[in-house]
Design a protein around this ligand. Structure first.
Ligand code: NAP
Length: 283
């Protein structure tokens, strides 16, 4: 039976460290500031934004919410980002995705100053990660690396399979695992036999957005399984992995909820703090 990779506890420890670093920075006259931009009225997005604001307050950061109606034009949104780029109280800018139809995610993300790109989605930061250069790393894959480190999961020389190739999770995840000297396979919706790929893996990261897509028959005995998926169902929140089934085979597994979710928020705070520390050094 698998042991749990406890994201909630790991995130709590990280937040404690961040509180201390935040206090040091405040002593130098800099309060980390995160701007959260919410466009439209997607209920899940409103919940995520609320959680991020609360997390900021808990560690001593300032957060600034900018809510635009679903009818906002792309120019209005780009102008707002331009103002936030110039605002010295703000060290990180987060545009909550998905955006309403008609707004280009690429143009909006591209408008964020790469030095305030707290999500690490700007092509410059994505490119730095792909080149193995230091930069701001997307929160969810960064959080996955942190929990693997916390539980001393061996990575070097082993086989990893990442299910999903989004710019937000799958691709940056694969780059980070490559950077940790794993042999990495990326699977996606056109992969003909997903089970054949996952069964070869020592580490499986599932970020497909498909509830229960990975079951016990697709997992090698003793593999480590990280479930990034989040789905709100009548039975509660579930992931992309059939937890009970997979836990019979895996050596370690993340629960949903209480796995990757809390780490994503902790990494958002860490990225905000890093950007504020950088800005503090420039002043
Ligand atoms: P996304 O943009 O929808 O990407 C999903 C990826 O999975 C795509 O690359 C897609 O392939 C692939 N895929 C879909 N069906 C597949 C299948 N049957 N077999 C293999 N691959 C398949 O989603 P995302 O933004 O990366 O998020 C993935 C999941 O993680 C979602 O449930 C999301 O809610 C969750 N999430 C959680 C957190 C957290 O904090 N825990 C953060 C971000 C996201 P194609 O490219 O071929 O379409």
């Amino acid at each position: 039976m698998a042991q749990l990779l406890d994201g909630k506890e790991t995130a709590r420890e990280i937040r404690e460290e961040l509180k201390t670093r935040c206090a040091v920075l405040k002593g130098k006259g800099v309060t980390p500031g995160l701007a959260v931009v919410l466009v439209g009225n997607d209920p899940a997005s409103a919940i995520y934004v609320g959680q991020k604001e609360k997390a900021c307050g808990d560690v001593g950061f300032s957060s600034f919410r900018y809510a635009l109606p679903a009818s906002a034009t792309e120019k209005e949104l780009l102008d707002l980002i331009g103002q936030l780029n110039a605002d010295t109280r703000i060290h990180g800018i987060l545009v909550q995705l998905p955006l309403p139809k008609g707004l280009s995610v690429d143009r909006v993300i591209g408008r964020i100053d790469p030095g305030k790109d707290v999500d690490g989605f700007h092509p410059l930061n994505a490119g730095r990660l792909a080149c193995g250069l230091p930069g701001i790393v997307p929160c969810t894959p960064k959080g996955v690396m942190r929990i693997l480190e916390r539980y001393a999961i061996p990575l070097e020389g082993r086989n990893a399979v990442v299910v999903g190739r989004s710019n937000i999770v799958g691709k940056p995840m694969a780059h980070l695992l490559l950077g940790a000297n794993m042999t990495v396979t990326i699977c996606h919706s056109r992969t003909p036999d997903l089970g054949a790929e996952t069964r070869r893996a020592d580490l499986i990261i599932v970020a497909a957005g498909r509830p229960g897509i990975v079951d016990g028959s697709m997992v090698k005995e003793g593999a480590v399984v990280v479930d990034v998926g989040i789905h709100r169902t009548a039975e509660g929140i579930v992931g992309d992995v059939k937890f009970e089934d997979v836990a019979e085979k895996a050596s370690w597994i993340t629960p949903v909820p209480g796995g990757v979710g809390p780490l994503t928020i902790a990494m958002l705070l860490e990225n905000t703090l890093e950007l504020a520390e950088r800005a503090g050094r420039k002043e």
